[in-house]
Design a protein around this ligand. Structure first.
Ligand code: PTJ
Length: 261
């Protein structure tokens, strides 16, 4: 592993990249996952590398759905395990929700590797190793799932998803919550609650809201009633437009725009 000096202006970003590379070497993340990460990071630059107000609204709605669900499930793939196993464990406890490993590039060995990472992070009963059901309408191995997990879940949190399964889960009548920095992705467009934020920021935010909303059912009901996915996505696009106009203004004024090192 390359030693990254703490003084490097992109220290956090470079460390995350190294963590993903290490996870790839351990058979947890796939090469395609590294490409996915690069795409996500490009969006994060545009969004200012912080949680936007519209993302917070979606995260609160996500928490409200999760704490009122009968059978909530958090779906985990290679990237999610590599970047946020501890946050997944903590969120699953807070809700409480089941965790299921679901891989696009599935092999039994990879499922075992991801389960190992989750176990070390504190998820001792994650599903995924012995799928006994299929998501209708999906031909890839992502269709494989557990009856007692994703198949019968009413609310599914799908971070860093590909669009196909998010659409199929929505067709099954499930409430799909996505975490995806790309507000134009098929996943974000298919989700009932698209959270356009970086995974390691989004999960702790959702957990914080879940812990708060569990104690306040009336507020939870209000959040569920008032959340409007179309308005929420439109607010993300408006935020992006505002960010880009601010960048145009600051660039014209001289100094370098914030966070564009
Ligand atoms: O582990 P596997 O085999 O299940 O494969 C996982 C990947 C990620 C390769 C697979 O799900 C995939 O191909 O995903 P996509 O279609 O590349 O979509 C990933 C989405 O996540 C993209 O829209 C990225 O912008 C977004 N993304 C990447 N990193 C992050 C992110 N969103 C939030 N936080 C991130 N850290």
């Amino acid at each position: 592993m390359t030693r990254i000096p703490k003084s490097h202006p992109r220290y956090k970003s470079l460390m995350t990249r190294e963590a993903l590379v290490a996870a790839h070497r351990q058979g947890v993340a796939v090469l395609e996952g590294l490409i996915a990460h690069g795409r996500g990071e490009a969006w994060d630059y545009l969004l200012g590398e912080g949680t936007s107000a519209p993302a917070l609204v979606a995260e609160r709605a996500a928490a409200a759905h999760l704490v009122t669900a009968k059978r909530p499930v958090i779906s985990v793939n290679g990237n999610v395990a590599a970047l946020a196993a501890k946050q997944v464990a903590s969120l699953a406890t807070a809700i409480p929700a089941r965790v299921e490993v679901n891989l696009f590039h599935r092999s039994d060995e990879r499922v075992r590797s991801v389960l190992r990472v989750l176990r070390r992070a504190g998820v001792t009963d994650a599903l995924g190793a012995r799928p006994d059901a299929r998501i209708p309408g999906i031909e890839s191995k992502r269709a494989l799932c557990h009856r007692g997990g994703i198949f019968e879940a009413d609310v599914v949190l799908v971070p860093l998803e590909d669009g196909d399964r998010a659409e199929a889960l929505a067709r099954m009548g499930k409430i799909v919550i996505s975490v995806d920095l790309n507000p134009l992705s098929r996943t974000s467009l298919a989700a009932a609650v698209p959270v356009v934020d970086e995974l390691t920021r989004a999960l702790p935010n959702i957990e914080r809201f879940a812990r708060e909303l569990r104690r306040t059912p009336e507020e939870t009901a209000r959040v569920l009633r008032e959340y409007d996915r179309a308005r929420s996505l439109a607010a993300v696009y408006a935020f992006l437009r505002w960010r880009l106009s601010a960048l145009v203004r600051t660039t014209r004024a001289g100094p370098r725009p914030r966070r564009s090192r």
